[in-house]
Design a binder for this molecule. Structure first.
Ligand SMILES: *[C@@H]1O[C@H](CO)[C@@H](O)[C@H](O)[C@H]1NC(C)=O
Ligand SMILES: *[C@@H]1O[C@H](CO)[C@@H](O)[C@H](O)[C@H]1NC(C)=O
Length: 513
Protein backbone atom coordinates (compact mmCIF):
# COMPACT_ATOMS: atom_id res chain seq x y z
CA UNK A 1 0.00 0.00 0.00
CA UNK A 2 1.09 3.54 -0.74
CA UNK A 3 2.76 4.93 2.40
CA UNK A 4 0.97 8.29 2.17
CA UNK A 5 -2.37 6.55 2.01
CA UNK A 6 -1.46 4.44 5.04
CA UNK A 7 -0.54 7.53 7.05
CA UNK A 8 -3.74 9.21 5.95
CA UNK A 9 -5.79 6.19 7.02
CA UNK A 10 -4.08 6.11 10.41
CA UNK A 11 -4.83 9.77 10.97
CA UNK A 12 -8.42 9.33 9.90
CA UNK A 13 -8.74 6.33 12.20
CA UNK A 14 -7.57 8.26 15.25
CA UNK A 15 -9.43 11.49 14.63
CA UNK A 16 -10.24 13.14 17.95
CA UNK A 17 -13.76 13.98 18.89
CA UNK A 18 -15.39 16.01 21.61
CA UNK A 19 -17.40 13.77 23.88
CA UNK A 20 -19.83 14.90 26.58
CA UNK A 21 -20.27 12.20 29.20
CA UNK A 22 -22.91 12.88 31.82
CA UNK A 23 -23.47 10.55 34.77
CA UNK A 24 -25.27 12.36 37.58
CA UNK A 25 -25.62 9.33 39.85
CA UNK A 26 -24.98 9.71 43.55
CA UNK A 27 -23.85 6.11 43.66
CA UNK A 28 -20.10 6.14 43.25
CA UNK A 29 -19.96 2.49 42.25
CA UNK A 30 -22.23 3.32 39.30
CA UNK A 31 -20.10 6.25 38.18
CA UNK A 32 -16.81 4.35 38.34
CA UNK A 33 -17.40 2.15 35.26
CA UNK A 34 -18.47 5.27 33.34
CA UNK A 35 -15.28 7.00 34.35
CA UNK A 36 -13.26 4.02 33.27
CA UNK A 37 -14.83 4.23 29.82
CA UNK A 38 -14.38 8.02 29.73
CA UNK A 39 -10.71 7.72 30.66
CA UNK A 40 -10.13 5.08 28.00
CA UNK A 41 -11.62 7.49 25.45
CA UNK A 42 -9.46 10.35 26.72
CA UNK A 43 -6.43 8.11 26.38
CA UNK A 44 -7.35 7.49 22.74
CA UNK A 45 -7.08 11.25 22.21
CA UNK A 46 -10.72 12.26 22.46
CA UNK A 47 -11.57 15.38 24.41
CA UNK A 48 -13.85 14.20 27.19
CA UNK A 49 -16.02 16.40 29.40
CA UNK A 50 -17.36 14.39 32.32
CA UNK A 51 -20.26 15.62 34.46
CA UNK A 52 -20.69 13.75 37.75
CA UNK A 53 -20.56 14.23 41.52
CA UNK A 54 -17.18 12.45 41.62
CA UNK A 55 -14.35 14.34 39.91
CA UNK A 56 -10.89 12.79 39.48
CA UNK A 57 -8.42 13.42 42.28
CA UNK A 58 -5.69 14.40 39.84
CA UNK A 59 -5.79 15.99 36.40
CA UNK A 60 -5.89 13.66 33.38
CA UNK A 61 -4.96 14.68 29.86
CA UNK A 62 -7.96 15.34 27.56
CA UNK A 63 -10.30 14.90 30.54
CA UNK A 64 -12.32 17.79 31.95
CA UNK A 65 -14.42 17.25 35.07
CA UNK A 66 -17.53 19.22 35.86
CA UNK A 67 -18.51 18.51 39.43
CA UNK A 68 -22.14 18.58 40.38
CA UNK A 69 -23.19 18.28 44.00
CA UNK A 70 -26.36 16.98 45.53
CA UNK A 71 -28.14 19.18 48.05
CA UNK A 72 -28.05 18.32 51.73
CA UNK A 73 -31.64 17.14 51.56
CA UNK A 74 -30.82 14.83 48.65
CA UNK A 75 -27.79 13.42 50.47
CA UNK A 76 -29.98 12.74 53.53
CA UNK A 77 -32.39 10.71 51.44
CA UNK A 78 -29.49 8.78 49.96
CA UNK A 79 -27.99 8.06 53.37
CA UNK A 80 -31.34 6.98 54.72
CA UNK A 81 -31.76 4.61 51.80
CA UNK A 82 -28.27 3.17 52.27
CA UNK A 83 -28.96 2.62 55.93
CA UNK A 84 -32.18 0.79 55.15
CA UNK A 85 -30.40 -1.20 52.47
CA UNK A 86 -27.74 -2.41 54.88
CA UNK A 87 -30.51 -3.46 57.26
CA UNK A 88 -32.16 -5.31 54.37
CA UNK A 89 -35.48 -3.47 54.69
CA UNK A 90 -36.21 -0.97 51.97
CA UNK A 91 -39.44 0.87 52.79
CA UNK A 92 -41.91 2.11 50.23
CA UNK A 93 -41.63 5.68 51.48
CA UNK A 94 -37.86 5.82 50.96
CA UNK A 95 -38.23 4.30 47.51
CA UNK A 96 -40.66 6.99 46.38
CA UNK A 97 -38.52 9.72 47.95
CA UNK A 98 -35.42 8.38 46.21
CA UNK A 99 -37.23 8.21 42.87
CA UNK A 100 -38.42 11.81 43.16
CA UNK A 101 -34.94 12.87 44.23
CA UNK A 102 -33.45 11.26 41.15
CA UNK A 103 -35.55 13.48 38.89
CA UNK A 104 -34.94 16.60 40.98
CA UNK A 105 -31.21 16.04 40.92
CA UNK A 106 -31.29 15.64 37.14
CA UNK A 107 -33.39 18.76 36.71
CA UNK A 108 -31.13 20.74 39.06
CA UNK A 109 -28.10 19.56 37.10
CA UNK A 110 -29.54 20.79 33.81
CA UNK A 111 -30.19 24.16 35.44
CA UNK A 112 -26.73 24.69 36.91
CA UNK A 113 -24.94 27.79 35.58
CA UNK A 114 -21.95 25.60 34.53
CA UNK A 115 -24.20 23.39 32.44
CA UNK A 116 -26.13 26.32 30.96
CA UNK A 117 -22.76 27.80 30.05
CA UNK A 118 -21.65 24.56 28.47
CA UNK A 119 -24.85 24.39 26.45
CA UNK A 120 -24.34 27.93 25.23
CA UNK A 121 -20.65 27.87 24.37
CA UNK A 122 -19.45 24.32 23.78
CA UNK A 123 -19.71 21.94 20.86
CA UNK A 124 -19.79 18.16 21.03
CA UNK A 125 -19.65 15.28 18.57
CA UNK A 126 -21.23 12.73 20.91
CA UNK A 127 -23.28 12.64 24.10
CA UNK A 128 -22.95 9.61 26.39
CA UNK A 129 -25.57 9.37 29.13
CA UNK A 130 -24.71 7.29 32.21
CA UNK A 131 -28.14 5.77 32.75
CA UNK A 132 -30.12 6.05 35.94
CA UNK A 133 -33.72 6.46 34.76
CA UNK A 134 -32.67 9.74 33.20
CA UNK A 135 -33.64 9.56 29.53
CA UNK A 136 -34.29 13.32 29.69
CA UNK A 137 -30.55 13.97 29.34
CA UNK A 138 -30.85 12.71 25.77
CA UNK A 139 -32.15 16.21 24.99
CA UNK A 140 -28.50 17.25 25.12
CA UNK A 141 -27.86 15.22 21.97
CA UNK A 142 -30.55 17.20 20.18
CA UNK A 143 -29.12 20.41 21.62
CA UNK A 144 -25.63 19.69 20.28
CA UNK A 145 -27.01 18.03 17.13
CA UNK A 146 -24.95 14.91 17.65
CA UNK A 147 -25.59 11.18 18.16
CA UNK A 148 -26.15 9.67 21.61
CA UNK A 149 -25.07 6.55 23.46
CA UNK A 150 -26.53 5.23 26.72
CA UNK A 151 -24.21 3.47 29.14
CA UNK A 152 -25.62 1.47 32.04
CA UNK A 153 -23.18 0.17 34.66
CA UNK A 154 -25.33 -2.91 35.36
CA UNK A 155 -27.67 -5.46 33.71
CA UNK A 156 -30.02 -4.57 30.83
CA UNK A 157 -33.30 -3.60 32.52
CA UNK A 158 -36.50 -3.40 30.46
CA UNK A 159 -36.22 0.33 29.81
CA UNK A 160 -32.86 -0.18 28.09
CA UNK A 161 -33.96 -3.22 26.13
CA UNK A 162 -37.00 -1.33 24.95
CA UNK A 163 -34.95 1.72 24.02
CA UNK A 164 -33.45 -0.15 21.06
CA UNK A 165 -36.38 -2.54 20.59
CA UNK A 166 -34.51 -5.55 21.95
CA UNK A 167 -36.81 -8.47 22.83
CA UNK A 168 -37.33 -8.80 26.58
CA UNK A 169 -37.38 -12.58 26.02
CA UNK A 170 -38.96 -13.46 29.39
CA UNK A 171 -39.28 -17.04 28.11
CA UNK A 172 -35.54 -17.63 28.15
CA UNK A 173 -33.64 -14.75 29.80
CA UNK A 174 -33.70 -14.55 33.58
CA UNK A 175 -34.66 -11.14 34.91
CA UNK A 176 -32.14 -10.38 37.61
CA UNK A 177 -34.81 -9.16 40.04
CA UNK A 178 -36.88 -12.35 39.61
CA UNK A 179 -34.27 -14.06 41.76
CA UNK A 180 -34.59 -17.33 39.83
CA UNK A 181 -31.91 -19.83 38.90
CA UNK A 182 -33.56 -21.50 35.94
CA UNK A 183 -36.61 -21.22 33.73
CA UNK A 184 -37.21 -24.95 33.59
CA UNK A 185 -40.71 -25.04 35.00
CA UNK A 186 -43.92 -23.32 33.99
CA UNK A 187 -44.09 -21.58 37.38
CA UNK A 188 -40.59 -20.14 36.88
CA UNK A 189 -41.64 -18.77 33.51
CA UNK A 190 -44.78 -17.20 34.94
CA UNK A 191 -42.75 -15.53 37.69
CA UNK A 192 -40.09 -14.32 35.28
CA UNK A 193 -42.77 -12.94 32.97
CA UNK A 194 -44.45 -11.06 35.81
CA UNK A 195 -41.19 -9.47 36.97
CA UNK A 196 -40.40 -8.41 33.40
CA UNK A 197 -43.89 -6.97 33.04
CA UNK A 198 -43.70 -5.08 36.35
CA UNK A 199 -40.26 -3.74 35.45
CA UNK A 200 -41.53 -2.59 32.07
CA UNK A 201 -44.99 -1.32 32.90
CA UNK A 202 -44.47 0.15 36.35
CA UNK A 203 -40.86 1.24 36.40
CA UNK A 204 -40.56 2.39 32.84
CA UNK A 205 -43.91 4.15 32.69
CA UNK A 206 -43.50 5.74 36.09
CA UNK A 207 -40.07 7.11 35.29
CA UNK A 208 -41.17 8.18 31.84
CA UNK A 209 -44.01 10.15 33.39
CA UNK A 210 -41.57 12.00 35.67
CA UNK A 211 -38.76 12.15 33.15
CA UNK A 212 -40.93 13.67 30.46
CA UNK A 213 -41.74 16.62 32.74
CA UNK A 214 -38.04 17.26 33.33
CA UNK A 215 -37.37 16.90 29.60
CA UNK A 216 -40.17 19.24 28.54
CA UNK A 217 -39.07 21.89 31.03
CA UNK A 218 -35.44 21.84 29.89
CA UNK A 219 -35.96 21.00 26.21
CA UNK A 220 -39.25 22.73 25.33
CA UNK A 221 -41.13 21.28 22.35
CA UNK A 222 -41.00 24.51 20.34
CA UNK A 223 -37.23 24.23 20.03
CA UNK A 224 -36.43 20.55 20.55
CA UNK A 225 -37.48 17.14 19.33
CA UNK A 226 -39.74 15.21 21.67
CA UNK A 227 -38.75 12.99 24.58
CA UNK A 228 -39.98 9.84 22.83
CA UNK A 229 -38.23 10.77 19.62
CA UNK A 230 -34.91 11.24 21.41
CA UNK A 231 -35.23 7.86 23.13
CA UNK A 232 -35.81 6.17 19.77
CA UNK A 233 -32.85 8.10 18.38
CA UNK A 234 -30.25 6.50 20.68
CA UNK A 235 -27.51 4.98 18.52
CA UNK A 236 -26.15 2.43 20.95
CA UNK A 237 -26.72 1.03 24.44
CA UNK A 238 -23.74 -0.34 26.35
CA UNK A 239 -24.44 -2.54 29.37
CA UNK A 240 -21.94 -3.74 31.93
CA UNK A 241 -22.88 -7.42 31.75
CA UNK A 242 -21.50 -10.42 29.91
CA UNK A 243 -23.10 -13.74 29.06
CA UNK A 244 -20.48 -15.59 31.08
CA UNK A 245 -22.08 -14.05 34.19
CA UNK A 246 -25.64 -13.19 33.34
CA UNK A 247 -26.39 -15.96 30.85
CA UNK A 248 -27.03 -15.80 27.12
CA UNK A 249 -29.91 -13.74 25.75
CA UNK A 250 -30.87 -12.46 22.30
CA UNK A 251 -29.15 -9.12 21.73
CA UNK A 252 -29.49 -6.65 18.91
CA UNK A 253 -26.25 -5.37 17.36
CA UNK A 254 -26.75 -1.96 19.02
CA UNK A 255 -27.06 -3.44 22.51
CA UNK A 256 -23.50 -4.34 23.39
CA UNK A 257 -22.29 -6.16 26.48
CA UNK A 258 -19.09 -4.74 27.93
CA UNK A 259 -19.18 -6.59 31.26
CA UNK A 260 -15.88 -6.56 33.08
CA UNK A 261 -15.08 -3.02 32.00
CA UNK A 262 -13.80 -2.21 35.48
CA UNK A 263 -11.50 -5.21 35.54
CA UNK A 264 -8.20 -3.97 34.20
CA UNK A 265 -6.50 -6.34 31.75
CA UNK A 266 -3.39 -5.77 33.89
CA UNK A 267 -3.76 -4.76 37.54
CA UNK A 268 -2.32 -1.41 38.61
CA UNK A 269 0.39 -1.38 41.30
CA UNK A 270 -1.06 -1.23 44.81
CA UNK A 271 -0.38 1.66 47.20
CA UNK A 272 2.74 0.88 49.27
CA UNK A 273 0.93 0.12 52.57
CA UNK A 274 -1.52 -2.31 50.96
CA UNK A 275 1.23 -3.95 48.93
CA UNK A 276 3.41 -4.63 51.96
CA UNK A 277 0.43 -5.82 53.99
CA UNK A 278 -0.54 -8.32 51.29
CA UNK A 279 2.99 -9.38 50.27
CA UNK A 280 3.75 -10.25 53.91
CA UNK A 281 0.51 -12.20 54.40
CA UNK A 282 2.17 -15.62 54.51
CA UNK A 283 -1.08 -17.41 55.28
CA UNK A 284 -3.05 -15.46 52.76
CA UNK A 285 -5.46 -12.55 53.11
CA UNK A 286 -9.16 -11.80 52.94
CA UNK A 287 -10.85 -8.72 51.52
CA UNK A 288 -13.95 -7.42 53.31
CA UNK A 289 -15.94 -4.76 51.48
CA UNK A 290 -19.60 -3.82 51.23
CA UNK A 291 -19.01 -1.59 48.22
CA UNK A 292 -19.58 2.11 48.08
CA UNK A 293 -23.36 2.30 48.52
CA UNK A 294 -24.06 0.23 51.58
CA UNK A 295 -21.54 1.56 54.03
CA UNK A 296 -20.06 -0.97 56.39
CA UNK A 297 -20.32 1.39 59.36
CA UNK A 298 -24.05 0.71 59.14
CA UNK A 299 -23.48 -2.92 60.06
CA UNK A 300 -25.34 -3.43 63.35
CA UNK A 301 -22.99 -3.09 66.29
CA UNK A 302 -23.49 -6.60 67.65
CA UNK A 303 -22.63 -8.01 64.22
CA UNK A 304 -19.54 -5.77 64.02
CA UNK A 305 -18.29 -7.25 67.28
CA UNK A 306 -18.86 -10.80 66.06
CA UNK A 307 -17.12 -10.12 62.74
CA UNK A 308 -14.06 -8.60 64.42
CA UNK A 309 -13.86 -11.39 66.97
CA UNK A 310 -13.88 -14.01 64.22
CA UNK A 311 -11.26 -12.06 62.24
CA UNK A 312 -8.98 -11.81 65.29
CA UNK A 313 -8.79 -15.62 65.46
CA UNK A 314 -7.78 -16.05 61.83
CA UNK A 315 -4.21 -16.66 60.77
CA UNK A 316 -5.01 -14.83 57.55
CA UNK A 317 -4.78 -11.06 57.29
CA UNK A 318 -7.91 -9.01 56.53
CA UNK A 319 -8.32 -5.81 54.54
CA UNK A 320 -11.54 -4.07 55.49
CA UNK A 321 -13.27 -1.24 53.71
CA UNK A 322 -14.35 0.98 56.57
CA UNK A 323 -15.80 4.49 56.22
CA UNK A 324 -14.30 5.88 59.39
CA UNK A 325 -10.80 6.49 60.72
CA UNK A 326 -11.43 4.44 63.81
CA UNK A 327 -12.64 0.92 64.36
CA UNK A 328 -12.96 0.17 68.07
CA UNK A 329 -11.49 -3.23 68.90
CA UNK A 330 -9.68 -3.58 65.56
CA UNK A 331 -7.58 -6.78 65.71
CA UNK A 332 -3.88 -6.66 64.78
CA UNK A 333 -4.32 -8.67 61.58
CA UNK A 334 -6.90 -6.23 60.19
CA UNK A 335 -6.16 -3.20 58.01
CA UNK A 336 -8.92 -0.63 57.50
CA UNK A 337 -9.26 1.91 54.71
CA UNK A 338 -12.02 4.23 53.50
CA UNK A 339 -11.38 3.61 49.84
CA UNK A 340 -9.77 0.55 48.31
CA UNK A 341 -8.64 -0.32 44.78
CA UNK A 342 -10.82 -3.43 45.01
CA UNK A 343 -9.97 -4.89 41.60
CA UNK A 344 -6.22 -4.53 42.12
CA UNK A 345 -6.44 -6.06 45.60
CA UNK A 346 -8.44 -9.02 44.28
CA UNK A 347 -5.72 -9.56 41.69
CA UNK A 348 -3.08 -10.05 44.41
CA UNK A 349 -2.07 -13.73 44.58
CA UNK A 350 -2.31 -13.81 48.39
CA UNK A 351 -6.03 -12.94 48.43
CA UNK A 352 -7.85 -16.15 49.31
CA UNK A 353 -11.44 -14.97 49.83
CA UNK A 354 -13.70 -11.95 49.43
CA UNK A 355 -16.42 -11.11 51.94
CA UNK A 356 -18.81 -9.07 49.84
CA UNK A 357 -22.37 -7.71 49.79
CA UNK A 358 -22.49 -9.17 46.25
CA UNK A 359 -22.97 -5.96 44.32
CA UNK A 360 -22.73 -6.71 40.62
CA UNK A 361 -19.35 -5.02 40.17
CA UNK A 362 -17.73 -6.83 43.07
CA UNK A 363 -18.98 -10.21 41.88
CA UNK A 364 -17.54 -9.64 38.40
CA UNK A 365 -14.22 -8.48 39.80
CA UNK A 366 -13.96 -11.51 42.08
CA UNK A 367 -14.87 -13.84 39.24
CA UNK A 368 -12.35 -12.33 36.84
CA UNK A 369 -9.64 -12.69 39.45
CA UNK A 370 -10.66 -16.19 40.52
CA UNK A 371 -11.43 -15.30 44.15
CA UNK A 372 -14.23 -17.19 46.00
CA UNK A 373 -16.87 -15.15 47.83
CA UNK A 374 -18.61 -15.22 51.18
CA UNK A 375 -21.75 -13.30 50.25
CA UNK A 376 -23.62 -11.17 52.78
CA UNK A 377 -26.25 -9.70 50.45
CA UNK A 378 -28.27 -6.64 51.48
CA UNK A 379 -30.46 -5.44 48.61
CA UNK A 380 -32.74 -7.38 46.33
CA UNK A 381 -30.45 -7.81 43.33
CA UNK A 382 -27.56 -8.66 45.66
CA UNK A 383 -29.52 -11.62 47.03
CA UNK A 384 -30.05 -12.76 43.46
CA UNK A 385 -26.34 -12.33 42.69
CA UNK A 386 -25.39 -14.24 45.84
CA UNK A 387 -27.73 -17.15 45.08
CA UNK A 388 -26.44 -17.31 41.54
CA UNK A 389 -22.79 -17.63 42.50
CA UNK A 390 -23.66 -20.13 45.24
CA UNK A 391 -25.40 -22.14 42.53
CA UNK A 392 -22.35 -21.78 40.29
CA UNK A 393 -20.38 -23.28 43.15
CA UNK A 394 -17.82 -20.65 44.10
CA UNK A 395 -19.50 -18.87 47.00
CA UNK A 396 -21.33 -19.38 50.25
CA UNK A 397 -24.17 -17.11 51.35
CA UNK A 398 -24.58 -15.85 54.89
CA UNK A 399 -27.32 -13.34 55.69
CA UNK A 400 -26.68 -10.46 58.06
CA UNK A 401 -29.32 -11.69 60.49
CA UNK A 402 -27.74 -15.16 60.55
CA UNK A 403 -24.24 -13.97 61.41
CA UNK A 404 -22.97 -15.60 64.58
CA UNK A 405 -19.44 -16.45 65.63
CA UNK A 406 -20.08 -20.03 64.64
CA UNK A 407 -21.74 -19.41 61.26
CA UNK A 408 -19.10 -16.92 60.12
CA UNK A 409 -16.23 -19.13 61.29
CA UNK A 410 -17.75 -22.10 59.47
CA UNK A 411 -18.28 -20.09 56.29
CA UNK A 412 -14.66 -18.92 56.35
CA UNK A 413 -13.37 -22.40 57.07
CA UNK A 414 -15.39 -23.84 54.19
CA UNK A 415 -14.21 -21.24 51.67
CA UNK A 416 -10.58 -21.26 52.80
CA UNK A 417 -10.02 -25.00 53.16
CA UNK A 418 -12.27 -26.62 50.56
CA UNK A 419 -10.42 -26.37 47.21
CA UNK A 420 -13.68 -26.78 45.25
CA UNK A 421 -14.52 -23.07 45.39
CA UNK A 422 -11.19 -21.88 44.03
CA UNK A 423 -11.17 -24.51 41.28
CA UNK A 424 -14.59 -23.52 40.02
CA UNK A 425 -14.03 -19.77 40.08
CA UNK A 426 -10.64 -20.29 38.43
CA UNK A 427 -12.35 -21.96 35.48
CA UNK A 428 -14.98 -19.21 35.39
CA UNK A 429 -12.23 -16.59 35.27
CA UNK A 430 -10.77 -18.25 32.19
CA UNK A 431 -14.20 -18.33 30.49
CA UNK A 432 -14.92 -14.68 31.32
CA UNK A 433 -11.66 -13.59 29.70
CA UNK A 434 -11.97 -15.65 26.51
CA UNK A 435 -13.36 -13.01 24.11
CA UNK A 436 -12.42 -11.67 20.68
CA UNK A 437 -11.69 -8.30 22.31
CA UNK A 438 -11.49 -7.50 26.01
CA UNK A 439 -14.27 -5.40 27.58
CA UNK A 440 -12.30 -2.14 27.40
CA UNK A 441 -11.43 -2.48 23.72
CA UNK A 442 -14.99 -3.56 22.91
CA UNK A 443 -16.48 -0.49 24.58
CA UNK A 444 -14.03 1.90 22.92
CA UNK A 445 -14.54 0.23 19.54
CA UNK A 446 -18.31 0.72 19.61
CA UNK A 447 -18.14 4.31 20.85
CA UNK A 448 -15.70 5.15 18.06
CA UNK A 449 -17.91 3.26 15.62
CA UNK A 450 -20.78 5.64 16.40
CA UNK A 451 -18.38 8.59 16.09
CA UNK A 452 -16.95 7.37 12.77
CA UNK A 453 -20.39 7.05 11.20
CA UNK A 454 -21.90 10.06 12.99
CA UNK A 455 -24.61 7.92 14.57
CA UNK A 456 -25.77 4.44 13.73
CA UNK A 457 -29.25 4.65 12.18
CA UNK A 458 -28.38 1.55 10.13
CA UNK A 459 -28.39 -0.42 13.41
CA UNK A 460 -31.88 0.81 14.28
CA UNK A 461 -34.20 -2.17 14.61
CA UNK A 462 -37.57 -1.58 12.88
CA UNK A 463 -39.29 -3.50 15.69
CA UNK A 464 -38.28 -0.71 18.08
CA UNK A 465 -40.92 1.59 16.62
CA UNK A 466 -43.84 -0.81 17.13
CA UNK A 467 -46.32 -0.86 20.00
CA UNK A 468 -46.71 -3.82 22.35
CA UNK A 469 -49.30 -5.64 20.21
CA UNK A 470 -47.33 -5.16 17.02
CA UNK A 471 -43.96 -5.98 18.58
CA UNK A 472 -45.28 -9.30 19.88
CA UNK A 473 -47.18 -10.00 16.63
CA UNK A 474 -50.39 -10.22 18.66
CA UNK A 475 -52.27 -8.23 15.99
CA UNK A 476 -50.96 -10.58 13.27
CA UNK A 477 -51.79 -13.73 15.24
CA UNK A 478 -55.31 -12.44 15.97
CA UNK A 479 -55.76 -11.56 12.33
CA UNK A 480 -54.66 -15.01 11.17
CA UNK A 481 -56.98 -16.66 13.68
CA UNK A 482 -59.81 -14.46 12.46
CA UNK A 483 -59.09 -15.47 8.85
CA UNK A 484 -58.92 -19.17 9.76
CA UNK A 485 -62.15 -18.84 11.72
CA UNK A 486 -63.87 -17.07 8.84
CA UNK A 487 -62.58 -19.66 6.35
CA UNK A 488 -63.80 -22.44 8.60
CA UNK A 489 -67.23 -20.83 8.79
CA UNK A 490 -67.42 -20.45 5.01
CA UNK A 491 -66.33 -24.05 4.41
CA UNK A 492 -68.91 -25.23 6.92
CA UNK A 493 -71.58 -23.21 5.16
CA UNK A 494 -70.63 -24.63 1.76
CA UNK A 495 -70.46 -28.20 3.09
CA UNK A 496 -73.79 -27.75 4.76
CA UNK A 497 -75.27 -26.57 1.51
CA UNK A 498 -73.84 -29.49 -0.50
CA UNK A 499 -74.83 -31.98 2.19
CA UNK A 500 -78.39 -30.64 2.25
CA UNK A 501 -78.67 -30.85 -1.51
CA UNK A 502 -77.30 -34.37 -1.69
CA UNK A 503 -79.64 -35.42 1.14
CA UNK A 504 -82.53 -33.86 -0.68
CA UNK A 505 -81.38 -35.62 -3.85
CA UNK A 506 -81.22 -39.03 -2.21
CA UNK A 507 -84.62 -38.46 -0.59
CA UNK A 508 -86.11 -37.82 -4.00
CA UNK A 509 -84.45 -41.00 -5.30
CA UNK A 510 -85.99 -42.97 -2.44
CA UNK A 511 -89.43 -41.55 -3.19
CA UNK A 512 -89.21 -42.54 -6.89
CA UNK A 513 -88.28 -46.12 -6.01
C1 LIG B 1 -36.81 22.15 37.17
O1 LIG B 1 -36.11 23.19 37.82
C2 LIG B 1 -36.63 24.47 37.57
C3 LIG B 1 -35.69 25.53 38.12
O2 LIG B 1 -35.08 25.13 39.30
C4 LIG B 1 -38.03 24.57 38.14
O3 LIG B 1 -38.59 25.84 37.91
C5 LIG B 1 -38.89 23.49 37.47
O4 LIG B 1 -40.20 23.48 38.02
C6 LIG B 1 -38.27 22.11 37.60
N1 LIG B 1 -39.01 21.21 36.76
C7 LIG B 1 -39.30 19.94 37.09
C8 LIG B 1 -40.09 19.16 36.15
O5 LIG B 1 -38.91 19.45 38.13
C1 LIG C 1 -31.55 10.35 14.86
O1 LIG C 1 -32.17 11.45 14.24
C2 LIG C 1 -31.43 12.01 13.17
C3 LIG C 1 -32.14 13.25 12.68
O2 LIG C 1 -33.47 12.97 12.31
C4 LIG C 1 -31.30 10.98 12.07
O3 LIG C 1 -30.54 11.51 11.00
C5 LIG C 1 -30.61 9.76 12.63
O4 LIG C 1 -30.59 8.77 11.64
C6 LIG C 1 -31.30 9.23 13.87
N1 LIG C 1 -30.47 8.21 14.47
C7 LIG C 1 -30.94 7.02 14.86
C8 LIG C 1 -29.98 6.08 15.47
O5 LIG C 1 -32.10 6.72 14.75
Amino acid sequence: MNLNLLVLLLIAGTECSRILFIHPSLSRSHVIPSQILAKLLAKKGHEVTFISPYPQSKAIENFRDIKIAASEEEMNILNEMQKEMSESKISFSIMTKAMAMLQDFGNDTLNLPEIKDLMKNDKFDLVIVGYIMNEYFLGLADHFKCPSIVFFPAFPISALLKMVGNPLSPEGSLHILANLRTLDSFVDRVLNFIVNAVDLVLMKNFFDYQGKAVYDYNFPPDRYRSYDEMIRNVSLVLVNTHFTSSGPRPLLPNLVEVGGLQVKPNPAPLPEDLKTFLDDAKDGAILFSFGSNAKSIYIPEDKQKIILKVFSKLKQRVIMKWESDVLPGKPKNVLISKWLPQDDILAHPNIKAFISHCGYGGVIEAKSNGVPIIGIPLGADQKGNADKIVEEGWAVRLDMTDITEESLTNALKEILSNPKYRDIVGKQAILAKDRPMNAQDTAVYWVEYVLRHNGAPHLHYPGADLNFFQANSIDVILFIFAVIYAAFKVIKLICGFIFCRSKKGSNEKLKRN
